[in-house]
Ligand binder design. Structure first.
Ligand SMILES: NC(=O)c1ccc[n+]([C@@H]2O[C@H](COP(=O)([O-])OP(=O)(O)OC[C@H]3O[C@@H](n4cnc5c(N)ncnc54)[C@H](O)[C@@H]3O)[C@@H](O)[C@H]2O)c1
Length: 437
């Protein structure tokens, strides 16, 4: 057994600052408040309901994750955030229409007390949105300084010990790394010059990371995933995770595809389409925002199926992903997948998946887990990309020389082994020879 990491206690209160108080954020915040009151259960959250097996299968040790690693209790979380709309969290949750009014009314007072701070926002990066609750600044650097002030003020007003920031704002247009993103010096110069290659999400990420605050990105836009901000994260000791929460169709894809590959069943085509009627769907109706999402969703199969290792099975897949904005469904997304499979001797088969899911109901426990695990990472002295949190993301951040791991089951093993490693417990390899030798 190793020593494990030295992890400071999860004492005091933690502020969870969410950028964007839309469907995902309000479902997370209202959910935690409802759970605190005993009105509901934290279904889907590993930090609340998960267990981790320790030692040999014969030992019968499987503590709750929250007893195994020090995590803040839900009573010690304080929520805040920014939005381009002025609605408080109760009003925003009503607009999002995910949770029923009866539930929201039972937590109305605490929910209404979460009022968004004015946002850093530029329509150039999210074409389908506009709102009144905005900051004004001389340049992007000045806007970042205003965000830093917001965070410091929030921390002292609520007497918090630590903060975590999660970008739950809208998906920004597709952007690729530029020279301004390559080093901190170039990035800070570009902030001063209000360079167009710095979208709003990067300004938030910069502000959080510079303060040493853990930062996660629930959306697919680049945000912190650039060399400059990763360099800053190493220097400031800020752990970082992203991108794009793995919910709905992609969650299913990363469960099914590893199974097909495990049995060496070929795939000729995978057609995924879905209808979605919330504001996220409306933003994604813009081709430039959709492109960011599409890139995030499409890479998954290539990495899981490894066509270069299995050319006969996966080298010629027609992978199509569509998102259709369809207002009557609101947040209740419906996804269809048609998978054209090939079996023994090339005989074709089909698999159809019809997932009637609730987007934000799947996303909220992930936001909670990611925030609590990032707070843990910070207390354990980990900084930069937290690959063990890949489990939660469609486009997991990874070191430049690596390919990302998308297989949900490998991701879970990595996550739990990281927890064991932190606590100095034996890693589980599943070899199991010792039971028979
Ligand atoms: N729901 C899911 O299952 C899921 C899964 C993966 C990723 N995501 C991503 O999470 C993000 C949030 O999803 P949602 O369903 O809550 O969307 P939403 O449209 O309901 O909420 C986004 C909120 O962000 C605000 N916003 C946009 N830009 C902002 C800025 N610069 N500063 C402050 N606020 C800003 C908007 O006003 C809006 O209230 C989206 O990018 C979405 O693609 C969601």
């Amino acid at each position: 057994m190793t020593k494990g990491l030295s992890i400071s206690a999860a004492e005091g209160k933690v502020g969870i600052l969410l950028v964007g108080l839309g469907a995902v954020s309000t479902t997370t915040i209202a959910g935690v408040m409802a759970i605190r009151k005993g009105l509901a259960k934290p279904i889907g959250a590993l930090t609340q309901m998960g267990t981790v097996r320790l030692g040999k299968r014969t030992e019968g040790r499987a503590p709750a994750i929250k007893d195994f690693v020090p995590l803040p209790g839900l009573d010690n979380l304080v929520f805040g955030g920014w939005d381009i709309f002025e609605d408080n969290c109760y009003e925003a949750a009503r607009t999002a229409g995910v949770l029923d009014t009866a539930t929201l009314d039972q937590i109305k007072d605490e929910l209404s007390a979460v009022v968004p701070m004015p946002a850093v926002f530029d329509r150039q990066y999210v074409k389908r949105l506009d709102g009144p609750n905005l900051k004004k600044g001389r340049n992007k650097k000045d806007l970042a300084e205003q965000l830093v002030d917001d965070m410091r003020r929030f921390k002292s007003a609520h007497q918090l010990d630590r903060l975590v920031m999660v970008w739950c704002g809208s998906t920004e247009i597709f952007m690729q790394p530029t020279a301004a993103h390559q080093s901190m010096a170039a990035f800070e110069k570009a902030l001063e010059a209000s360079d167009p290659s710095i979208p709003s999400s990067m300004i938030y990420a910069y502000a959080a990371i510079r303060e040493g605050i853990p930062y996660a990105n629930a959306a697919p836009n680049l945000s912190a995933d650039i060399p400059a901000l990763l360099e800053l994260a190493q220097d400031s000791g800020s752990p970082v995770a992203g991108k794009d929460l793995k919910t709905g169709q992609t969650l299913m894809k990363t469960m099914i595809a590893p199974g097909l590959k495990a049995r060496l069943l070929g795939v000729q085509g995978w057609y995924s389409t879905n209808i979605l009627g919330n504001r996220d769907g409306e933003v994604l109706d813009d081709p430039e925002s959709f492109k960011t999402k599409e890139e995030s969703k499409k890479s998954v199969l290539d990495y899981i199926l490894q066509p270069s290792l299995y050319p006969d099975l996966y080298s010629d897949i027609h992978h199509v992903v569509r998102i259709n904005y369809y207002p009557p469904r609101g947040d209740n997304k419906e996804g269809w997948d048609n998978i054209d499979l090939v079996g023994w001797l090339g005989y074709p088969m089909q698999l159809k998946i019809n997932f009637l899911c609730r987007d934000s109901i799947l996303a909220a426990p992930i936001v909670l887990d990611v925030a609590l695990f990032l707070d843990l990472a910070k207390r354990a002295g980990l900084s930069g990309i937290q690959e063990w949190l890949s489990f939660y993301f469609k486009s997991p951040m990874h070191a430049p020389e690596l390919y990302p791991e998308h297989d949900l089951f490998i991701q879970l093993m990595k996550l739990k082994n990281t927890l064991r490693y932190m606590r100095g417990e034996e890693l589980i390899t599943h070899l199991g020879r010792e039971y028979y030798d």
